[in-house]
Design a binder for this molecule. Structure first.
Ligand code: FES
Ligand SMILES: [Fe+2]
Length: 348
């Protein structure tokens, strides 16, 4: 159920400093820390000596010192110091994971390290593009990552879960168009001549009816860029853009599985208007966090129901599910391809 030969977000850059950050990804325990050079390293969270989790230790001189007998490991996973002895056994190493820092985030590769090409980091440039103003946040979600994918590929739930912020009836009432291109699923919805929901009044300045659109662009395992925007009702997008009447955003969602039933949900909202307005940034941050709190609540309750009946399959599919269904298809195909690829070398 997991894709491992891919980059996934491990942390935002600001979370990783001179102390250990311990997290689980794909049910593997990892410690992240910044070396003396400033480069982030990721090690398995288990000392090679007596298996104490390294997260019980601390960073000393750019190395991780085990909290039990003081062995120190550098960013390459090699033991570089053992108290009371000169000789370092060749087996005194821990697994390392490739990491790359990009777009204000630390990306980790949980699979075959020889395939970890930094060029494969998915495009989330809006997080640090000067043409956009972005803010970011994190939710720990008590649900498996495919439920989060489903949630973002079917935004009709905004009409019921997010009525205080971004939702109103127009969302669920407008048809969804879904296209699949290779492993990318796009789910597009246009909501015409609808009243602006509360967030669109406060964060976009609309008081009269709007034409609103959103497209969720999904790539496995857990990446969603939602391109959304709004303009005065009845204007074409070209005319509204020319007159700077559109309010366009990128809602970036980076989901990394933690365990079979929990997920890390990293998100960032970038806007292409009012770039210098710090008060607006605060408002967007607060209201987005509140919106995603509502998702986290729904998803946790859904996971509980699923965990109570693990053999059950969803018996009903709605038209609005099409994006989520296609998302699960491309994900399953990618997982299958990866599993097949792993078997290949074993046969040889
Ligand atoms: S368990 Fe880590 S040094 Fe002994
Ligand atoms: Fe939501």
């Amino acid at each position: 159920m997991w894709l491992k030969n891919c980059w996934q977000v491990a942390a935002f850059s600001h979370e990783v400093g001179a102390t250990i950050l311990a997290r689980r990804f794909n049910d593997e325990a990892v410690v992240l820390f910044r070396q003396a050079s400033g480069v982030v390293a990721a090690l398995e969270d288990r000392c090679a000596h007596r298996f104490l989790p390294l997260s019980k230790g601390k960073v000393v001189d750019g190395t991780v010192q085990c909290g039990y007998h003081g062995m120190r490991y550098d960013g390459s996973g090699r033991c570089v110091k053992i108290p009371g002895q000169e000789q370092i056994p060749s087996k005194a190493v821990v697994r390392t994971y490739p990491v790359v820092e990009r777009y204000k985030a630390v990306w980790i590769w949980m699979g075959d390290a020889s395939l970890a090409d930094p060029a494969l980091v998915p495009d989330f440039h809006w997080m640090d593009d000067p043409e956009w103003t972005a803010c970011q946040g994190y939710h720990h979600v008590e649900a498996e990552y495919r439920l989060l994918n489903d949630n973002l590929l079917d935004l009709s739930h905004e009409s019921f879960v997010h009525t205080e912020t971004i939702g109103n009836a127009a969302v669920a009432d407008s048809p969804l168009e879904v296209t699949v291109d290779g492993s990318t699923v796009s789910a597009y919805r246009e909501m015409r001549d609808c009243p602006p929901p509360p967030f669109y009044v406060q964060a976009a300045g609309f008081t009269a009816n709007i034409d609103r659109w959103h497209t969720t662009i999904y790539t496995p395992p857990g990446f969603h860029v939602i391109k959304n925007g709004s303009r005065p009702a009845g204007t074409t997008i070209e005319a509204a853009r020319a007159q700077k009447l559109t309010r366009e955003r990128r809602v970036m969602n980076m989901i990394t599985p933690e365990t079979a039933t929990t997920s890390h949900y990293f998100w960032s909202i970038a806007r292409a208007y009012a770039l210098e307005d710090a008060q607006l940034t605060d408002y967007i941050l607060t209201e987005t966090a509140r919106t995603f709190d509502q998702d986290a609540d729904i998803l946790a309750a859904q996971q509980q129901a699923l965990s109570a009946d693990p053999e059950a399959a969803f018996p009903v599919a709605l038209r609005a599910d099409l994006g989520a269904i296609q998302g699960r298809r491309v994900l399953a195909a990618a997982v299958e391809r990866e599993a097949a690829g792993r078997r290949e070398p074993a046969k040889v």
